[in-house]
Design a protein around this ligand. Structure first.
Ligand code: SF4
Length: 461
């Protein structure tokens, strides 16, 4: 069984990210969508429109984020924004950007006037020499800074994103000084994830012995300036007093599913012994391959509860800049499908886990007995039953079935849960379908040279 660390699915289900296209006018040396720019298409406009229409009905997402590539280059950018704004179904509209085009004050104003209120701006170097070297575009730092100045004057919410590599690792705290004048609501620090250079031939992976102290210095400086931080893909035990800033959640992304297949997987040798083993991803596999397990560097926090292999991803809340880290939230519509079932069987609905491809209800019947009822998108695949929107099954049964009456209670509960979902499912509830873009339509025709590259990541023989 592959845990959620293997599948990489700690999803923030209240945030929708739309990949508009993969083109960009910078060429960052670490870019995780570099391969995608040549290969994947953006989301078809009709699919985006359908996702917004769905949100108008279901109020599933609080925020929509446009990303790419560089979305400010997209010819239909304002069509995307207009549809999101006119739907009145999102509290926030965010753009993820390298910030360069916002150096044009008129353009920045036009985007803000159109309804974008959050700008997630990438800044990977504290000065022009570092940033321009990383982006491979002279002048990109100055443009981004002018863009940040314009956005600051326009009074919008600014967040920054810094990818941690050997190229900026010595100067992370200086980046905090660089962005401080723009009063970002949050600075995000994303450890570099190789998407094709798994052997790190480019030498971008920074060893934790060097990265962690530099990052802690930057986090301390941000805290001193009153700037919130969020760190992704760095072991929590290496963040010192800034452990709370670890946030490995991701929004729900409308993107080709294959994109996630290329994400590195994670592991920690201390996972079962560590209190944070459920939320901390540990180290990614390419890092472990290069630097080892770091068993003497990572320091597990003693567990207060017994270890249990986490089978599903975590259910986490929205990303609220300036309001602390993501928190678990209620999802009334999903919980409502089984409300009352547990009580009818002297059981407890212990958890509702909503992730990209499944909704899982975990019922506890006492004395350690638990069972999960699992909803996946309706299909012709084998299932115990089908409702209007879902295939239904049960799994992960943990019980001493020799206990008197327990088997019957479990059966009755599962049967009741399934019949209740069937009765209440109005149809049109989406798990997988809105992801779209699976299969041949999701990719551009691939040039011969690029096809050869694919062999390197082991995806083809
Ligand atoms: S010991 Fe492992 S699971 Fe625990 S905080 Fe460190 S890296 Fe994370």
């Amino acid at each position: 069984m592959e845990s959620y660390k293997g599948r990489f699915e700690p999803t923030r289900f209240e945030d929708l990210t739309v990949t508009v296209d993969f083109h960009c006018h910078s060429a960052c040396r670490f870019c995780i969508v570099q391969e995608g720019m040549n290969y994947y298409k953006g989301v078809p406009f009709e699919l985006y429109e359908a996702a917004v229409a769905d949100n108008r009905r279901a109020k599933r997402y609080r925020r929509v984020t446009f990303t790419g590539g560089e979305v400010t280059l997209e010819k239909r950018l304002f069509d995307y924004i207009d549809i999101a704004r006119d739907s009145q179904s999102f509290e926030h509209i965010r753009i993820q950007t390298n910030g360069r085009l916002f150096a044009d004050r008129a353009f920045a104003r036009r985007v803000v006037d159109a309804g974008v209120d959050e700008f997630f701006v990438s800044l990977h170097g504290h000065d022009a020499a570092t940033q321009d070297y990383i982006s491979q575009r002279p002048g990109s730092f100055d443009e981004a800074i002018r863009g940040l100045e314009n956005l600051r004057e326009l009074g919008v919410c600014i967040l920054t994103n810094t990818v941690l590599t050997t190229l900026n690792e010595p100067t992370l705290a200086a980046i905090v000084d660089t962005v401080r004048p723009f009063a970002p609501a949050r600075m995000e620090w994303w450890n570099y994830l190789p998407m094709e250079d798994y052997a790190d031939e480019l030498g971008l992976l920074s060893p934790m012995s060097e990265l962690a102290p530099s990052l802690r210095e930057a986090l301390a400086r941000a805290r001193d300036y009153g700037i919130e931080s969020a760190v992704k893909y760095v072991p929590r035990c290496l963040l010192g007093e800034h452990g709370e800033s670890q946030d490995n959640t991701q929004p729900d992304v409308v993107i080709v599913e294959e994109f996630y297949d290329k994400y590195p997987k994670f592991a920690c040798i201390h996972e079962a012994a560590c209190e944070h083993g459920d939320t901390c991803l540990g180290l990614h596999h390419p890092y472990i391959t290069k630097f080892g397990w770091e068993e003497d560097v990572l320091v597990p926090f003693p567990r207060a509860t017994p270890w249990r292999e986490p089978e599903y991803g975590l259910w986490v809340g929205s990303d609220r800049p300036g309001e602390g880290t993501a928190i678990p939230t209620d999802q009334p519509r999903w919980a409502g499908l089984v409300v009352g079932v547990a009580e009818r069987h002297r059981a407890r609905l212990a958890n509702v886990m909503l992730q990209r491809r499944a909704c899982v209800y975990r019922f506890e019947l006492g004395e350690g007995a638990t069972v999960d009822v699992l909803l996946t998108a309706r299909s012709e695949a084998p299932a115990l039953a089908r409702s209007a929107s879902f295939n239904l099954q049960y799994r992960n049964l943990q019980a001493d079935l020799s206990a008197p009456g327990l088997r019957e209670r479990l059966s009755a509960l599962v049967e009741d849960a399934i019949q209740t979902v069937i009765a209440r499912d109005p149809g049109g509830m989406h798990l997988d379908a809105r992801k779209g873009l699976v299969g041949d339509d999701s990719v551009r025709r691939r040039p011969r040279r690029a096809k050869a590259l694919r062999v390197l990541d082991g995806s083809e023989p």
